[in-house]
Design a protein around this ligand. Structure first.
Ligand SMILES: Nc1ncnc2c1ncn2[C@@H]1O[C@H](COP(=O)(O)OP(=O)(O)OP(=O)(O)O)[C@@H](O)[C@H]1O
Ligand SMILES: O=P(O)(O)OC[C@H]1O[C@H](OP(=O)(O)OP(=O)(O)O)[C@H](O)[C@@H]1O
Length: 207
């Protein structure tokens, strides 16, 4: 009997883009996939179970082995080192990480303050540039920080650029491109290798 594969993923845009990708790969997603208030969704015929979590928690479920696979943004994978395998670049939910701030703000001689949801990524980026900064961790609405004087710079996700524009901010530097990745629990990868390879091949064929 085929064992069930459990896949963790975030609830928002990644879920929508992943559902499109799964449909393109001829997985029959039931209609309840489009009204995703439920936190656990199953495709019985395919022996697949999806669990919907916050982006930063996806890798936690996979690392602990309660999900065999996960779909997470590269941003999340870069921020926290995890004991998981990255199997595939799904090329969905594209965006990029950038340094932004108010136009014409000079960085002071003392360490400038940088607000971000990605303190580790931000800290490595400025360290590699040889710049000393003070990192301030925020959990969302990062663009507020320079507007109210909490920080001179932010490190955040940019997609359309609309949020920066509407808040009068400018991009100073692009850090890196981001897409979503298929990740696997190392033990599941060994014990359910055939099922996982089959899924990877079906997805890889439509990326
Ligand atoms: N404009 C964007 N803003 C944020 N994340 C984006 C954007 N465009 C693509 N992404 C990717 O989507 C991921 C977030 O996934 P998703 O939007 O599905 O999560 P969510 O459950 O809605 O999360 P949140 O609670 O952060 O709104 C990010 O880690 C990033 O890789
Ligand atoms: O370039 P854009 O298309 O405007 O997208 C970028 C914005 O989207 C994300 O925020 P999100 O909507 O996830 O909310 P958050 O502030 O709670 O993180 C990100 O943090 C930016 O604020």
């Amino acid at each position: 009997m085929r064992e069930t594969l459990t896949i963790a993923m975030p609830k928002g845009r990644i879920f929508e883009d992943a559902a499109d990708l799964l449909r393109a790969a001829h997985f029959q997603l039931p209609p309840e996939f489009d009204d995703n208030r439920k936190l656990i969704l199953e495709i019985e015929e395919e022996k697949l179970r999806f669990i919907l979590a916050k982006p930063m928690d996806v890798a936690t479920y996979v690392e602990h082995g309660v999900a065999d696979l996960g779909i997470a943004g590269k941003d999340v994978m870069m921020e926290e080192e995890r004991d998981v395998y990255e199997l595939l670049d799904l090329k969905i939910s594209p965006c990029y990480l950038a340094v932004a701030g108010l136009p014409d703000t000079k960085l002071s001689d003392v360490a400038p303050r940088v607000a971000s949801k990605y303190p580790n990524v931000a800290s490595s980026f400025f360290r590699e540039q040889g710049e000393q900064v003070e990192i301030i961790k925020l959990n969302g609405s990062i663009e507020l920080a320079p507007l109210i004087g909490l920080a001179e710079r932010i490190v955040d996700i940019v997609s359309t650029g609309q949020t920066l524009k509407e808040n009068g901010l400018v991009e100073y530097e692009k850090i890196c491109d981001i897409t979503s990745r298929l990740i696997a629990n190392p033990v599941s990868y060994r014990t359910k290798e055939q099922r996982i390879t089959e899924l990877v091949n079906r997805l890889a064929a439509v990326i």
